[in-house]
Design a protein around this ligand. Structure first.
Ligand code: XMP
Length: 320
């Protein structure tokens, strides 16, 4: 019988059986999936769990601080923060291909987790991940080599073969809405459970082509304005996912008497149940107008804002 209570009980039993007395390292992302995994694991195995949060330089504005506060405050789970911003941004230099970016980011994550794991246990142990069912389906081809690969989500397809930690993925059979119900049942705060999903590679796949620190800074500011106005207008909870995308193309604009030749921000907001298909969200014109006005005026380096009206299919939700 599917209900959150049974699923939780069942997962906790399975986690205890699988893990025994080994240590588990959780690849915490700040999103709902890994938060639910953290809560489940914390219930199942208590202090055998070590949570690590990696600041990869591809996070949203103030995200690292918020994640640390939320976990310590609401969940009483200690988190080790690793500042790897320079490492990630350096590794991404000169790489423009989306799949290659995912691989670089995914591999670096694993490398960092293994380094962390080595400090907490002498041999092996488990690496927990918040992989959910749609990730498994979309990445099926990356593992079997048979199905067509749409995107290798970094938490599935990007794992190096020689990984020393065993994987534990308690949400592997669940859809997003099921994960959320479990999160509520486990007592996670509403803002965390109903937070829009954020991909593992983060802004790395929202800056088209090569990622640079300057582009990431611009995107972070534009994205923060987008989130703020969605909340102000009561639209955050009406859409399933919303974000800004940085387009490294220049377009001409005029402000006051001056001609500008600057970059473009695309805004994307979608409505979906399972993230396998999605519709673009009909945000009110007045909200779009506020967004365009604020982003162009407040974010240096942007001269134009566009709204993405593509459905999935044929487009995907992310631009890369
Ligand atoms: P797409 O772009 O494939 O996105 O329509 C579907 C959902 O998956 C998220 N997404 C990712 N999540 N690693 C992740 O953990 C990734 O590489 C990745 N790519 C896309 C996307 O944000 C959306 O929620």
């Amino acid at each position: 019988l599917w209900n959150p209570t049974n699923i939780i009980k069942d997962s906790i039993d399975r986690i205890r059986d699988t893990v025994g007395s080994e240590r588990v390292l959780l690849a915490l992302s700040g999103g709902v999936d890994s938060a639910v995994v953290a809560a489940l694991l914390h219930r199942a195995i208590g202090d055998q769990l070590t949570c690590v949060f990696v600041d990869n330089g591809l996070l949203r504005l103030h995200e690292a601080e918020q994640v640390m506060a939320t976990f310590a405050q609401h969940m009483g789970i200690p988190v080790i923060k690793v500042d790897a911003q320079t490492q990630f941004l350096t590794a991404l230099q000169g790489i423009a291909d989306p799949e290659q970016k995912r691989k670089v980011i995914g591999n670096l994550f694993i490398q960092i987790f293994e380094e962390q794991a080595a400090q907490y246990s002498n041999s092996g142990g488990f690496l927990a991940q918040g992989t959910i069912y749609p990730d498994v389906i979309e990445s099926a081809g990356a593992k079997t080599g048979k199905a067509h690969v749409i995107k290798s989500h970094h938490n599935v397809g990007g794992l190096p073969a020689q990984m020393q930690l065993q994987l534990i993925e308690p949400l592997r059979e669940l859809f997003k809405d099921e994960v959320r119900k479990i999160g509520i049942e486990l007592g996670l705060p509403h803002e965390m459970v109903y937070r829009h999903p954020f991909p593992g590679p983060g802004l790395g796949v929202r800056i088209l082509g090569e990622v640079t620190p300057a582009y990431a800074d611009i995107l972070r500011q534009a994205d923060a304005i987008f989130m703020e106005e969605l909340h102000n207008h009561g639209w955050y909870d009406k859409v399933s996912q919303a974000f800004a995308v940085f387009l490294p193309v220049k377009s001409v604009g005029v402000m006051g008497d001056a001609r500008h030749y600057n970059y473009v921000i695309a805004l994307r907001a979608v409505e979906t149940i399972d993230f396998m298909t999605a519709k673009w969200a009909p945000l009110p014109y007045e909200l779009l107008e506020t967004l365009s006005h604020r982003i162009i005026n407040e974010v240096a380096g942007i001269s134009r804002v566009v709204y993405d009206i593509s459905g999935k299919p044929p487009a995907t939700i992310e631009w890369e």
